[in-house]
Design a protein around this ligand. Structure first.
Ligand SMILES: C[S@@+](CC[C@H](N)C(=O)[O-])C[C@H]1O[C@@H](n2cnc3c(N)ncnc32)[C@H](O)[C@@H]1O
Length: 383
């Protein structure tokens, strides 16, 4: 049904951060589809079975750290320890075998479905007691599912070792996403998971905390705090933020970077901070039309803010891509920055690009200021 190769064994290097393999049917012929992910791009290739066998053998010869194979009969997971020992975990499938979906361009499945997540969906009020998704919750349901799917793609949960995963959801607000992540990892994937929702809104947090206590979900907790003031005992492996207002997204990104979190996924909200700086930008004649209309200059500010954020994350050693996470009709704030820590800080290409962009627009992004002196050598040329 699916195989995933990811990570690299200690002291080795692998060209790909992750490779996924799945069966597809193309023009009536059975193929295996290989998706290769590296620091900067994704490449997808389809091979007929005879050729695919060699490609799989090639992947098996590489020193990947984690291998995961899902089949009708069950799953096999192999994780290599730091000492190079292979830990093999096999589980038999409890469900009746189903044929794999071979559609080349199949719809992406929702991770939470009306069947597997019914108790959760009813508990948070997305589903009615008679099993219908509430009309006013359809968009939220879609957003949560898509956020989860893209997070899962980045974090490769299936290949996560047995260690507990610590996740912080900043600006959790009404916490649909926070509850959903906990339910998905803890109840569906059966992973050891600690999830914390953080928000400044004390009333909301009190309500969530009461719900958690009544459910007995011990590894899910909520804290009233400003993002910048939040100091957990254990640095989170994963930091997420869905529509955290304005610069709260930068606060969340900065926390993830400072903690060295493995995965950071944010869907930014409206933002104003850079707009303010851009209003003082000496617009060159050739660009005057861009700043003629409010909505265009606002969009320009948004694009620049997220470009600066993505470039800073790349400088900080994160494989970063900026993607659309739901169609625009679900929310206009449909951009996602997702990042996986893969390398050292200070890659020259990103440093150069960042400095040029900054010097052209004559601004200092808020995220740069948050990261402060510790990383100043990347952001500003020393004289
Ligand atoms: C637009 S809501 C999004 C809520 C939720 N993540 C969602 O998508 O449904 C933004 C939330 O961020 C919280 N927030 C804004 N700035 C914050 C900060 N500096 N520290 C903590 N929470 C913050 C607000 O209280 C609000 O609940």
């Amino acid at each position: 049904m699916r195989a995933v190769f990811s990570g690299k064994q200690k002291g080795t290097s692998v060209q790909w951060v992750k490779v996924t393999v799945r069966p597809v049917e193309i023009k009536g012929e059975f193929n295996l589809q290989f998706s290769y992910f590296d620091e900067k791009k994704d490449i997808t290739k389809n091979y007929p079975l005879a050729e695919a066998v060699h490609k799989v053998n090639g992947l098996l010869a590489l020193p990947f750290r984690n291998l995961f194979v899902e089949s009708n009969a069950g799953n096999v997971q192999v994780n290599f320890s730091k000492k190079g020992k292979a830990l093999v975990k096999e589980s038999k499938s409890a469900a009746a075998p189903t044929p794999p979906n071979l559609a080349h361009d199949r719809d992406k499945p929702r991770l939470l479905s009306d069947e597997n997540a019914r108790p959760f969906l009813q508990m948070v009020g997305i589903m009615t007691q008679d099993g219908r998704i509430r009309a006013d919750m359809q968009r939220k349901y879609k957003q949560i599912n898509e956020f989860l799917r893209l997070l899962d793609e980045t974090a490769s949960f299936e290949a996560w070792s047995g260690e507990p995963i610590h996740i912080t959801d900043f600006g959790c607000g009404n916490a649909y996403l926070t509850f959903a992540i906990y339910f998905y990892l803890h109840d569906i994937l059966k992973l050891k998971t600690h999830v914390t929702g953080v928000d400044v809104n004390a009333d909301l947090i009190e309500r969530h905390q009461k719900k958690v206590e009544s459910l007995g979900w011990e590894q899910l907790s909520f804290q009233v705090n400003r993002i910048t003031d939040y100091q957990p005992d254990i640095s989170p492996d994963i930091v997420i933020a869905l529509h955290a207002c304005d610069t709260a997204t930068d606060d969340a990104l900065a926390k993830g970077i400072q903690w060295g979190s493995k995965v950071i996924v944010c869907a930014p909200c409206c933002q104003h901070e850079l707009q303010e700086q851009l209003s003082k930008f000496p617009v060159p004649d050739q660009m005057l039309p861009v700043f003629q209309d409010g909505i265009l200059s606002e969009r320009m500010g948004d694009i620049l803010t997220d470009t600066f954020r993505a470039t800073i994350l790349r400088i900080m050693g994160y494989r970063t891509d900026v993607v659309q996470f739901v169609p625009i009709e679900h929310t206009a704030k449909n951009l996602m920055i997702r990042c996986l820590k893969t390398t050292q800080t200070g890659n020259k290409r990103w440093v150069d690009e960042y400095r040029k962009l900054k010097s052209f627009w004559k601004v200092t992004p808020y995220l740069e200021r948050l990261l402060g002196k510790n990383h100043a050598q990347y952001f500003t040329e020393s004289n």
